[in-house]
Design a protein around this ligand. Structure first.
Ligand code: MOS
Length: 706
């Protein structure tokens, strides 16, 4: 991507691309001979396909092929083993309603869509259950341990405490639904060479999955994914629908494009799993926590186990000598869940941070004072110091900004006409991850720097952050730096997930820049130039059009001595209408404690996006299933409500902006996940403060308020 941006150093490298339509997403690529795939999906929830009549579809105008388990290409497919990803078209088995059972390929999208409607399947149906709560209550239903049980001190110590809180919190299924629909273009060429245009959070991950499934060398596969219209975790894996498309391309020897429908986004690309959690808290009368018990149950699928960090936070977030946690997954007959922004922790934080608020209320304490009183100096779970943690400062700054002093500790105190005002606070926390990545740098005599890595950008602005890191180190103007990504042939990098990209790839950019600088210094010394000479002069003097270096970077051992997390504090003010039950989030202040901020604009955007997602989680988002049929019934944007502009107030973002001395050379910790984690609890806590009603089942819809 050429560098079009930078009227000032706070612009995004891709800003102009995105707002002018120059950014090219996977579905926009036109290949010679391109054909179009449309998926046929199961209309039953569980059972076996007894017949699949594709004759009418095959005879329909423009149809090239119908690929299913009946004629899957001789691709040497994976083995079907339990607890693992679904093998598309491998057997006649149906695991969930809406599962792809065939792909129809035609010379236009409309013809493929019509022909797909002509495919007739018959099934041998089996009993099923898509109701997570029902499975949970059924002693005969399968349950699996999702994470080893954790215990520090006395188990269930809260039960003997002076003051006790014991509550149950319920979270429905939520779906990611980024604006860009999922899909892929696959082009299988002779000699088993494959090019794909993908929507992925990891080009190397996509490359490796295709290599493993089709048993061809990874080098044979070129994955392109320069722009991604939102991922939120759903594009961290290569789904059966993508494998089906590659298979179809192999089958017909032509490129195939598949873009799934909005409805299919609810069943084919995962979701945040439903969860039921119990939190028990015990405290002394003075407000010291003496026991935390966090027990969670999460929905999963019957064919693949999905787990996430639902109970992580309870183990270290508060000073408490007695903590125990348990996490169980409960398979139901739905598609497998997947990480969704702040995966696990966002679910867990809703329960824990609601319970913390309930305890503060039981103690008649300000919930901020209660949190500060129980703030740990060290990580009791790992028995290590935090690499950096500025939570008390974050509490203070956020409280001032939102006007916390206006809050009354007695719920329902602020009333004006039908509107009741309340304030809530919650903490978010996520691992400050750093992985291993390679970056190549090419420093040119024309004064420019090109950086390359097979990383991704699902929206947060990877290229911008990397450019600003290089700009600072190399003193090269930002409009002379290009960062290339989204191409599997570039130096390897992990997927964009777990809030790790800036830390992981940025560190490699750092190392590349330092290496280029030392090469320039050496060249200058060897050619009797001043050590401070400009690199352009040094390269010209040495008759070098460019120099290049590739560096692999990863965290050192020192990291093991510390506990490393990013933190966020969300403050919200809500107004609740006591006639209609409508909750309006009227003010938001999110404070990020995630080390040094490299790119203020993109960092702020992350926090804003997290808050908007948090409003959805708190107030509107719920994927509803009709359990008689095992089908989603609100699988569209009209019925599955995401926040719109009118739902979102001004969002103030504050960063502590203090470098973490351990995490990486920049001192920057990730912040994509903490932007959302905890937010829904802040809203629920504010609703309680406004009305005295404690809503423990998300989303907080008007019917629950009245
Ligand atoms: Mo994130 S849920 O790791 O894309």
């Amino acid at each position: 991507m050429e560098n079009l941006f930078f009227k000032d150093d706070n612009d995004r490298v891709d800003g102009i691309f995105k707002v002018t339509g120059k950014a090219k997403y996977f579905a926009e690529y036109e290949l010679p001979g391109l054909t179009y795939g449309v998926l046929v999906t199961s209309t039953v929830t569980k059972g076996k396909i007894t017949s699949l009549d594709t004759k009418a579809a095959e005879k329909a105008p423009g149809v090239i092929a119908v690929v299913s388990h009946l004629n899957k290409p001789s691709a040497p497919l994976y083995e079907q083993e339990g607890g693992s990803p679904m093998k598309i078209f491998y057997t006649n088995q149906v695991f969930y309603n809406g599962q792809p059972i065939a792909i129809v390929v035609a010379n236009t999208f409309e013809r493929a869509t019509y022909a797909a409607s002509l495919v007739k399947a018959t099934y041998e149906k089996e009993d099923f259950n898509t109701d997570f709560e029902k499975a949970l209550a059924d002693p005969k239903a399968k349950k699996l341990q999702g994470q080893p049980n954790y215990k520090r001190g006395i188990e269930n110590a809260y039960k003997t405490a002076d003051v006790q809180v014991e509550q149950r919190y319920v979270l429905p299924i939520e779906t990611h639904n980024p604006m860009e629909l999922h899909g892929i273009i696959a082009d299988w060429k002779p000699a088993d060479r494959v090019t794909v245009y993908a929507k992925t959070q990891g080009v190397k991950a996509t490359q490796n999955t295709i290599a493993n499934v089709f048993k061809i060398p990874a080098e044979n596969i070129q994955v392109n994914s320069e722009f991604v219209g939102g991922g939120f975790g759903m594009a961290l894996r290569t789904w059966p629908l993508e494998i089906a498309t590659v298979m179809a391309s192999k089958h017909i020897g032509k490129p195939v494009k598949l873009v799934i429908t909005r409805m299919q986004m609810f069943t084919m690309v995962g979701n945040r799993p439903a969860a039921i959690q119990k939190v028990g808290l015990g405290a002394t009368k003075e407000g010291k926590l003496t026991g935390i018990t966090h027990t969670a149950f999460g929905e999963s699928s019957v064919y693949e186990n999905f787990t996430e960090g639902v109970v992580n936070m309870a183990k270290f977030m508060y000073q408490c000598d007695n903590v125990n946690t348990a996490y169980t997954i409960v398979p139901v007959d739905l598609g497998v869940p997947i990480w969704m922004r702040g995966p696990g922790e966002a679910t867990g934080a809703f329960a824990l941070e609601s319970a913390i608020d309930e305890m503060a209320h039981a103690l008649d304490m300000d919930p901020l004072d209660f949190r500060i009183m129980n703030d740990p100096e060290t990580d009791q779970q790992r028995n290590k110091p935090f690499s950096s943690k500025n939570i008390k400062e974050a509490y203070k700054l956020g409280a001032e900004k939102i006007g916390w002093s206006n809050r009354k500790n007695k719920p329902g105190s602020l009333v004006e006409g039908p509107w009741q005002t309340g304030y809530g606070v919650s903490v978010g926390v996520f691992n400050a991850n750093r992985g291993k990545a390679s970056v190549k740098g090419i420093l040119k005599a024309d004064g420019s720097l090109v950086l390359q890595s097979a990383t991704s950008d699902i929206g947060p602005g990877t290229g911008t952050g990397m450019t600003l890191i290089a700009n600072k180190l190399m003193d090269i103007p930002v409009n002379k730096i290009t960062f290339e990504l989204g191409d599997s042939s570039l130096p390897p990098a992990p997927s964009q997930g777990g809030s790790a990209t800036l830390s992981t790839i940025g560190s490699a950019v750092n190392d590349v820049c330092l290496s280029l600088k030392s090469t320039i210094a050496e060249l200058a010394a060897n050619s009797n130039m001043d050590a401070t000479s400009n690199f352009v002069d040094v390269l010209r003097k040495n008759n070098l059009p460019s120099i290049e270096v590739t560096k692999e970077s990863q965290a050192g051992k020192e990291r093991d001595n510390y506990s490393m997390y990013s933190f966020s504090i969300h403050f919200v003010q809500v107004k609740v209408n006591n006639l209609t039950g409508v909750v309006k989030v009227s003010k938001i202040v999110s404070v990020g404690d995630s080390g040094k901020i490299i790119s203020p604009k993109t960092a702020r955007s992350q926090m804003i996006g997290g808050a908007v997602g948090g409003i959805g989680m708190a107030l509107t988002e719920e994927a509803v299933i009709d359990h008689r049929f095992g089908r989603y019934i609100n699988n569209n944007f009209a019925d599955y409500h995401v926040p719109v502009h009118a739902d979102v107030p001004q969002i103030d973002v504050i960063f502590i902006d203090k470098p973490d001395p351990i995490i990486n050379p920049m001192g920057a910790k990730g912040m994509g996940e903490i932007a959302l984690i905890g937010f829904s609890a802040a809203v629920a806590n504010a609703v309680f403060n406004a009305t005295g009603k404690r809503i423990r089942t998300l989303p907080i819809t008007p019917d629950k308020i009245l």
